[in-house]
Design a binder for this molecule. Structure first.
Ligand code: HEC
Ligand code: HEC
Length: 202
């Protein structure tokens, strides 16, 4: 009888402990303490890449890709009246799709169309062109504007995506984005480990 009671008591303890354990598992990960001194230099490396013409020329708020940087001799909207596309897809309007001129690899001709698989404009809410470091930082962290990505997803996109990779191998005399995909991925990982601080000024 005593033995039975002990069993019952331990069962009761097990069951009362169970919901607690479930609640613990269901909780969001404990936020990393923000270390601005080590995180902001990492952000500066990320910003140098994201704001570079090879990235920002495709990340625009309006409907026109940009031609900017030394290779283009300044900044202007893409020639030939190229548009995002009335359907918002970023693939261009029917009749003048991006893939009319942009193929899966770079043209070897100077000022020929660069290329990578699935060439199209980034959605307007992912705007970097003409935006400050603080603005880009806020966008990257905002799941309602970054394609519903965690920061780890953003890091993996930078490491593995083909359009992103093009930024470091843009062909035909275009100046590439600084560093490499792997180095930028590492900078994002380091920035996250420091609590992903953003610069305070605009
Ligand atoms: C040819 C156009 C093009 C170029 C060039 C380009 N991107 Fe993008 N980018 C896109 C498109 C399209 C998406 C949306 C993809 C999606 O959500 O699946 C995107 C989305 C992203 C995202 C995820 C969304 C966000 O805002 O967090 C990141 C990060 C990104 N690009 C990084 C880069 C970097 C870094 C470069 C330069 C090295 C670059 N991109 C160059 C078209 C481009
Ligand atoms: C009629 C042909 C044509 C069409 C259509 C076209 N492009 Fe281009 N695009 C070019 C050429 C040519 C260049 C390179 C010009 C140069 O090097 O001086 C270029 C360059 C670019 C660049 C600059 C990349 C960099 O070096 O930073 C971007 C971004 C771009 N195109 C995006 C697009 C997008 C997005 C679409 C579809 C919405 C599109 N283009 C449609 C011909 C075209």
């Amino acid at each position: 009888m005593t033995k039975f009671l002990i069993m019952l008591t331990s069962l009761a303890i097990m069951f009362s402990a169970a919901p607690f354990a479930t609640a613990q598992e269901g909780q969001a990960p404990v936020p990393v303490a923000v270390d601005a001194a080590s995180g902001l230099p990492e952000w500066d490396k990320i910003y140098a890449v994201f704001s570079h013409p090879r990235c920002a020329d495709c990340h625009v708020a309006d409907d026109r890709p940009r031609w900017s940087g030394a290779h283009y001799g300044g900044t202007r909207v893409h020639a030939f009246n190229v548009q995002r596309g009335a359907d918002g897809s970023g693939l261009g309007n029917p009749g003048l799709r991006c893939t009319t001129c942009h193929f899966a690899s770079n043209s070897s001709a100077l000022h020929g169309p660069p290329g990578a698989d699935n060439w199209h404009l980034a959605p307007a809410e992912m705007v970097w062109f003409g935006k400050s470091s603080a603005e880009i930082c806020a966008q990257i962290k905002d799941r309602s504007r970054n394609g519903d990505r965690s920061l780890e997803d953003v890091a993996l996109h930078v490491r593995d995506d083909k359009l992103v990779a093009w930024g470091w191998a843009p062909g035909a005399d275009r100046e590439p984005a600084p560093g490499s995909a792997e180095a930028t991925y590492q900078a994002i990982e380091n920035w996250m480990a420091a609590g992903a601080p953003c610069p305070v000024t605009q």
